[in-house]
Design a protein around this ligand. Structure first.
Ligand SMILES: Cc1cc2nc3c(=O)[nH]c(=O)nc-3n(C[C@H](O)[C@H](O)[C@H](O)COP(=O)(O)OP(=O)(O)OC[C@H]3O[C@@H](n4cnc5c(N)ncnc54)[C@H](O)[C@@H]3O)c2cc1C
Length: 574
């Protein structure tokens, strides 16, 4: 082996194989070995929910590369079904256990890569060893669930955890005809990713799809006789034939910790910007390491395939003598939940406040195409910026329309430290089948600028709901048409129909000293009304951001407003 760089990689799913492939391209002569405890490398874990739903029918479609490919094409040594059981840093050696034969061996390295990923969180609760309870990270879990659906007459599923995986699994199991309930310990769907307004939109969508979400319900126990039959949470007792535990991922750092590699405050392996650990010959990447959030500067875990692959490339360069750096993460994430696409990037408003920023935020509905172009769908954008500097801090986008490109634009803007003014001026592509002349992100940036410059004065739907619930004294003008009101309206004592076209002629009927709230369908007309009232000398006028599109609570009326109608009503930008 003399003269050849001897690289050993532990972990063969995302980060490990990416590091190996990059290392091979950088150094055609290195000896590169991947050690993986399961039988396959490069399994597309992210596709597992679609394999359960049946959208992806064959298990083999989820295996990007068979071990043979790595050997024949990439000239890599692959040890599948082999567990690394110890790292001996002094001797530069890894102890291996062959999981089929039971034999032990040792592998020496010049450079070692720890890419051991994460483990699903699984609390030790009464009854948690009953059959029919699954964590969900491996193809084996997906096959177990598919088999139960096929072989047993199961009807009811309980998912524990309303995170990304829990929600994707809700759709997958509903697609298999199961009645799905989600238990979430915190107060909302995607509680660590979304602010309450966006989570409420998502929760309404789940209700529309027949999925029950019980928030504030930590699971306490499972009951049954051999097979799970009931899930007990703080205040509920739910029948369940199948339980999916989707409580998040914990960095798998046992090997790293035992050999003395430093861990960070989040529990992930501590690495520098080169993804080097506290041992100059050991790199680490993927779910098992701690990252830096580029907006807050704080240490975070980022257990995502997107991050793991980027880590792998940086490591592959660096183990072969290069000097690449990883810039940190933005917390970008996206998921499809039935007909709703939900994404986020940067800091949520709650995270930003918690990190000590003084923030300004806004909620703006939009439409994926030009409003007159057929079959487009609505989206709802939340933007968060730093008040003092106008620097963007984060964004969330949800709806049946195209959210991914908006999240990616925001990710790009955040990467380059853009302000809301930069975002408002971005030269984004426009033709009617793709967008409006002003993208919903432009409109959101402009609303923050309008608020900053004193033109727009607003309340969020949640602020308004709080005021209604408190019985506050104010006048609420709905400036839509009578027909729209009949279709759907918010039934509150403060409410009054005042179509925008009549507003200028009916100013005398509005009490001048009252606090006035204005709403419409999308907030476009409500903002216009606010400016008319401001101009007429009314001193205390605000409009409800996102208006009825952003109102996740009950409404009265004869029928909901369709997406096409929302599009028509959005024809004027705020
Ligand atoms: C259901 C699901 C859906 C997901 N969807 C998305 C998505 O849409 N987008 C996204 O960005 N991310 C998604 N993720 C997350 C993504 O799959 C992970 O972030 C990614 O797989 C992490 O890659 P990794 O290589 O760091 O770790 P892992 O994928 O966990 O791989 C680590 C590997 O190391 C092996 N290993 C561990 N210890 C040892 C040892 N001692 N010896 C030998 N081998 C060992 C393990 O067997 C495993 O194969 C999803 C995850 C799940 C579970």
């Amino acid at each position: 082996m003399s003269g050849r760089n001897n690289i050993v990689i532990i972990g063969g799913t995302a980060c490990g194989p990416k590091a190996a492939a990059r290392a091979r391209r950088c150094d055609p002569h290195a000896r590169i070995t991947i050690v993986e405890q399961s039988s396959n490398l490069s399994t597309a874990t992210c596709g597992l929910p679609y394999y359960v739903s049946g959208l992806i029918e064959n298990e083999g479609d989820l295996v990007a590369r068979a071990p043979g490919y790595y050997q024949e094409v990439m000239d890599l040594q692959v040890h599948p079904c082999t567990r690394a059981v110890a790292i001996n840093r002094a001797d530069h050696a890894v102890s291996l256990l062959d999981l089929i034969s039971g034999s032990a061996s040792t592998l020496e390295y010049d450079k070692l890569v720890v890419a051991t990923g994460s483990k699903p969180a699984m609390p030790d609760l009464p009854g948690s060893s009953l059959q029919g309870i699954f964590t969900f990270t491996r193809i084996k879990d997906a096959n177990g669930i598919r088999e139960m659906i096929r072989e047993r007459q199961i009807r009811k599923a309980v998912i524990v955890g309303a995170g990304l995986i829990g929600l994707e699994m809700a759709e997958a199991l509903a697609a298999r005809g199961l009645e799905v309930t989600i238990l979430e310990a915190l107060d909302r769907a995607l509680p660590k990713l979304l602010d309450p307004e966006i989570a409420a939109y998502l929760e309404k969508h789940l209700r529309d799809k027949g999925v029950r979400l019980l928030a504030g319900q930590p699971v306490m126990a499972f009951e049954g006789n051999q097979w799970v039959h009931e899930v007990v949470s703080r205040d509920a007792r739910l029948e369940a034939d199948l339980v999916v535990m989707a409580l998040g991922a914990k960095p798998n750092v046992g090997l790293a910790r035992e050999c003395g590699l430093a861990l960070g405050s989040t529990g992930g392996v501590a690495v520098n910007e080169h993804l080097l650990t506290n041992d100059l010959d050991i790199y680490a990447g993927g779910d098992c390491v701690e990252n830096v959030n580029r907006v807050s500067g704080k240490a975070v875990l980022a257990p995502l395939g997107s991050t793991a692959n980027k880590h792998g490339r940086v490591i592959g360069t660096n183990v072969t003598g290069g000097s690449e750096t990883f810039p940190g993460v933005l917390g970008t994430a996206i998921a499809k939940v039935f007909d709703c696409n939900v994404g986020r990037v940067g800091l949520s408003e709650s995270e930003a406040r918690h990190a000590g920023f003084e923030v300004v935020a806004c909620l703006v509905p939009g439409y994926e195409y030009a409003t007159y172009y057929p079959n487009g769908q609505e989206i709802l954008v939340k933007l968060v910026a730093e008040k003092a500097t106008n620097r963007l801090l984060g964004g969330q986008v949800i709806g049946p329309g195209e959210t991914a490109k908006r999240i990616d634009v925001l990710a790009t803007a955040l990467s380059f430290g853009a302000t809301v003014d930069d975002l408002a001026g971005l030269d984004l592509a426009y033709a009617p089948p793709y967008n409006s002349a002003l993208d919903p992100l432009h409109n959101a940036a402009n609303l923050i600028r309008n608020k900053r410059d004193g033109y727009a004065k607003t309340l969020t739907p949640m602020d308004v709901k709080d005021r209604v619930d408190r019985g506050d004294d104010f006048v609420w003008l709905d400036v839509r048409s009578p027909g729209e009101w009949d279709n759907a309206h918010i039934d509150v004592p403060q409410g009054r129909l005042m179509p925008l076209r009549e507003l200028r002629t009916k100013l005398d009927s509005i009490p001048r000293d009252a606090e006035i709230l204005v709403s419409c369908q999308t907030s476009v007309r409500a903002y216009q009304a606010q400016r008319i009232l401001d101009g007429a000398g009314f001193r205390n006028v605000r409009f409800m951001e996102a208006s009825l599109v952003g109102w996740p609570y009950a409404m009265s009326g004869t029928r909901p407003v369709s997406s096409d109608e929302v599009a028509r009503l959005m024809a004027i930008a705020p």
